[in-house]
Design a protein. Structure first.
Length: 84
């Protein structure tokens, strides 16, 4: 499902305008970017996780490389969503 399909589906289900639904999604996105942890009750939790720098090996050449620290967004679904 694409973003536009999601917006159209939510708008049809709730009776809101597509512009309002898109603004809501943008507000959720901004909240997730701004906070370390964002919880949507009944849906799940978005949390930023930092992986430390580490050593790795290039599988093609066998050369040892340094892999930099990375920050990734993780999603943990709520128990209600997992049960579905």
């Amino acid at each position: 499902m694409t973003k536009s399909e999601l917006i159209a589906s939510v708008a049809a289900t709730t009776g809101q305008k597509k512009v309002d639904v898109e603004a809501t999604l943008e507000a959720i996105t901004s909240a997730i970017i701004a906070a370390d942890k964002t919880t949507l009750k009944g849906f799940g939790t978005f949390q930023w996780k930092t992986r430390p720098a580490r050593k790795g090996v290039n599988p093609a050449t066998g050369e040892k490389i340094d892999i930099p620290e990375m920050t990734n967004l993780k999603f943990k679904p709520s128990s209600g969503l997992r049960d579905l």
